[in-house]
Design a protein around this ligand. Structure first.
Ligand code: FAD
Length: 498
């Protein structure tokens, strides 16, 4: 039998060869209730994962034994009854430990990523202990996989078009003038999932956060292909320019919304890159947008996956800034009622309603707030993992511990990603209607991000002193005349919603 995990749902996980099953090998899928008991997930995420698994089982028909069990181990015992089982390398340390401990299970290499782990390890080791740089890795992947290349040169002559990207939102627009994204239609499998989740909650067996509105993300390969096609044909053009911008009334802007499909294994990263590159070669999308998108998939996504394994299992416990504060209840419950800061209220409400926001609200609103408040990075990681439709252990740990919380003291990024309100104001329309003023550090209208930024630098000035990339803000910190008041105000703020 071949075992498919719930994030191994595309056809490439059943293709023969390299640890894969034979053409007619029976398949087993296990829906383990214990997974939902362990964490308080967003309901839309639980819905999406179960819907995707059950849709895949329906497609596989008689070939699959679909087991609803308490644990994976129980489910496998029931389905395999001692027969040998193959499985592709799962996506978390915990799952790898489990499959390796089971008798009769043979673990094949992972699928759904571009670079074999051993090749990455050789590349990283080859850097002789120097800081690894995503940019170098990204060039190496593009060369190695001939992605967006003209011979040995990057297509268009430049590796990096960030200069043309990362613009503020276009003036005078509440929403980006671009076609809306693909949204799937629910069917009877979704109805059944919703009934099951209602029942589990009513029985007190599991509890969720967030709202489970109509399913917004693809649950099948066909839906995921449609989402990719719609993005590349109608929405990719403006991706690059506005990839870092935020608009209150347009959470999606020109983002692809493909992360959940990629992470469920419904799409393969290579096909996403190929479609975007083909659009550029056919003159249907500009290079800055295509390069920006390819960078996200072949650069960031792949890098994050590799670092998860390369840094090892203990990396998740990194806490170089010694942040230990617990997450407050209003945050855990996605309760925005008392939040006055417009950027945070808007973003947290997006998470509550959809289980998704794009990368800048994740990094510069949610993550930045957690970093400024000194919340325990492991708890922040767990929160992101539970609340986002695309959250899985491998992708959350480096993104939160490394990129967002700087808990690894710069192994992954060169500086902490946090800012005052000025950045949010420049990149969004969120500050205009806010009761706080981005320019105010203290007083009645003090922006919690601006005050929080200086208080963060002040607390960690010793640790950050040697970092060139923060030397200028540290010099500015020394010149602040109201630092004592900022400190007093931040102490008084405690955990109250900003
Ligand atoms: P787009 O902006 O359209 O980008 C295209 C694709 O690039 C995404 O679909 C995604 O697959 C990939 N990608 C881009 N950046 C990253 C990255 N840093 N890590 C992994 N993939 C990336 N992404 C997840 O898939 N799951 C997560 O749990 C997750 N957690 C995050 C937590 C924090 C604190 C931060 C800062 C980022 C996180 N990301 C995560 C990365 C990124 O925010 C999301 O992939 C992206 O917002 C998903 O929306 P999209 O599909 O429209 O992405």
């Amino acid at each position: 039998m071949h075992w498919l995990f719930g994030d191994q749902l595309g056809p490439h996980f059943l293709a023969p060869g390299d640890g894969g099953p034979g053409r007619d090998t029976p398949v087993v899928m296990i829906e383990a209730r214990s997974v939902f008991r362990r964490r308080r997930f967003h309901r839309a995420k639980a819905h999406l994962v179960l819907s995707a698994m059950r849709h895949r089982a329906a497609e596989l028909g008689d070939r699959v034994t679909y087991v609803r069990a308490d644990t994976y181990r129980d489910g496998l015992d029931r389905a395999a009854r001692g027969r040998p089982v193959t499985v592709h390398h799962p996506t978390s340390y915990a799952a790898v430990r489990l499959v390796r401990a089971l008798p009769n299970v043979t673990v094949g290499p992972p699928r759904g990523f571009l670079v074999p782990m051993a090749d990455f390890a050789a590349w990283a080791d080859g850097h002789g202990g120097k800081r690894l740089r995503q940019e170098d890795f990204y060039h190496w992947v593009r060369r190695g996989h001939d992605m967006l290349m003209d011979g040995l040169q990057p297509a268009g002559g430049r590796w990096n078009l960030d200069h043309d990207n990362r613009q503020p939102p276009p003036r005078g627009h509440r929403v980006l003038p671009v076609e809306r994204p693909y949204r799937p239609r629910e069917d009877e499998i979704d109805d059944e999932v919703r009934r099951d989740l209602d029942r589990w909650e009513k029985d007190g067996d599991v509890s969720f956060v967030g709202r489970d509105g109509p399913r917004l993300f693809p649950a099948t390969r066909t839906e995921a292909r449609r989402a990719l096609r719609r993005f590349v044909e109608h929405r990719l053009t403006t991706f690059g320019a506005y990839e870092d911008a935020m608009l209150a009334a347009d959470p999606v802007m020109s983002h692809s919304l493909l992360s959940s499909s990629l992470n469920l294994g419904l799409l393969d990263p290579a096909e996403c890159v190929e479609s975007a590159e083909a659009a550029w070669r056919a003159g249907r999308a500009p290079l800055n947008s295509v390069e920006g998108f390819v960078r996200q998939i072949a650069g960031w996504r792949e890098y994050v996956w590799q670092l998860y394994w390369y840094f090892g299992e203990d990396y998740r416990h990194s806490n170089e800034l010694r942040h230990t504060a617990p997450l407050p209840d209003w945050w855990n419950d996605l309760d925005v009622t008392a939040v006055r800061a417009n950027c945070l209220r808007t973003t947290l409400a997006q998470v509550r309603d959809t289980g998704w926001t794009h990368h800048i609200p994740r990094l510069m609103i949610l993550g930045s707030h957690a970093l400024q408040r000194g919340w325990d990075p492991a708890a922040v990681t767990d929160w992101f993992h539970r609340c986002f439709v695309d959250g899985y252990d491998w992708v959350m740990v480096p993104n939160v511990i490394g990129m967002s919380q700087y808990a690894d003291a710069g192994r992954m990024t060169t500086k902490p990603y946090t800012s005052g309100g000025a950045y949010v104001n420049r990149m969004s329309d969120l500050c205009g209607p806010c009761v706080h003023r981005p320019g105010d550090r203290t007083g009645e209208h003090a922006c919690p991000y601006t005050a929080g930024y200086w208080a963060f630098l002040d607390r960690h000035r010793g640790r950050l002193a040697g970092n060139q990339r923060v030397s200028q803000p540290l010099r500015q910190l020394d010149r602040l005349g109201d630092l004592a008041e900022v400190r007093r105000q931040e102490r008084a703020r405690g955990d109250t919603p900003p």
